[in-house]
Design a protein around this ligand. Structure first.
Ligand code: G4P
Length: 287
């Protein structure tokens, strides 16, 4: 998949993060709980060294709770990092992340110097929302476009903690190919990068395989369509989405599938499980 993810910005961000990372006492990486693997930034493992890391599986309200539990266990066992879950508007839970940060840095004397925490995350995972929740004020811009580069800012938090926003924006994992599709389904990659209808078809195939009951309930099928395309055609028929000449309007169906997934209308859905990504990685190595 040929995706050119703003190479100039990527280079700049890598350089700046490499410069500031050694000065950090702890890193908070915000992930989308629906895609905890695909929403990781590939730089983090390479640049973090021994710096303690907390992975925050955010947007918990939209993800399948059972799969989120599997991810927490997998991240802690396989990766040896702390993984917590979060959803917006839960200030107490967000503040608990700071308590965890303090617990994970027992040798740091906060009477002498501030605990420096860097917060990282690819666009759209809810990083700015979390920063604002922690700060108790609008300290970061939300809903920003991927290409926006912000100057680095340090935000003073209680208990002598300084929170550093990422310098520049971070890009997601685009390989294996399935990661790119999952990122596009959540809206982390804008539709200009991947074909909109291809993304919806990927979602339709996945939903049929992983959440057939939710598909039946939402779109009113008594019998499941045989594949993603048949599902899209079926939705077009049921909702009377036809273009001129009676052809199913797959663009309209794609909009419905993607918007309803993003809004959580279909139900709580996770797009990847630890078993799935392990299998994909094995297949990529064997190829
Ligand atoms: P970012 O800095 O990582 O790019 O993300 P940001 O905080 O701007 O959040 C991106 C979108 O996700 C925002 O919606 C925000 O309200 C939403 N969001 C953040 N945390 C959660 C959460 O825990 N659950 C749910 N359901 N949504 C969350 P937005 O401003 O409407 O932007 P958009 O959806 O139009 O892109």
């Amino acid at each position: 998949m040929a995706i050119n993810w703003f190479p100039g910005h990527m280079h700049k961000a890598r350089k700046e993060i490499k410069k500031v990372m050694p000065q950090m006492d702890l890193i908070i990486e915000v992930l989308d709980a629906r895609i905890p693997f695909s929403s990781e930034n590939p730089l983090v493992p390479a640049l973090r060294g021994d710096t303690p890391l907390i992975k925050v599986l955010n947007k918990r309200d939209l993800a399948d709770p059972e799969v989120t539990g599997q991810w927490q266990t997998w991240l802690e066992k396989e990766r040896g990092v702390r993984a917590v879950t979060l959803t917006h508007n839960q200030r107490n839970e967000a503040m608990d992340i700071l308590k965890l940060a303090e617990d994970m840095t027992p040798h740091h004397d906060r009477q002498k110097s501030a605990l420096r925490v860097m917060i990282l995350g690819i666009p759209n995972v809810g990083k700015s929302t979390l920063i604002n929740t922690l700060a108790g004020r609008p300290a970061a811009k939300t809903g920003n476009e991927p290409a926006v580069t912000r100057a680095q800012q340090a935000i003073k938090l209680p208990h002598n903690i300084l929170l550093y926003d990422t310098p520049g924006f971070l890009w997601p994992k685009l390989s294996p190919e399935a990661c790119g599709y999952r990122l596009a389904i959540t809206g982390a990659i804008r539709s200009a990068v991947l074909d909109f209808e291809d993304v919806a078809l990927f979602e339709a195939d996945f939903l049929l395989a992983a959440y057939p009951e939710l598909v039946k309930a939402r779109y009113g099928f008594e019998e499941l369509p045989r594949d993603g395309l048949a599902l899209m055609d079926g939705i077009a028929t049921k909702r009377r989405f036809f273009s001129r000449g009676g052809v199913p309007d797959l663009h309209k169906v794609s909009e419905v599938l993607l918007n309803e997934f993003r809004a959580g209308t279909l139900g709580r859905i996770s797009l990847e499980t630890p078993a799935m990504v392990e299998r994909e990685q094995r297949e990529a190595e064997e190829a």
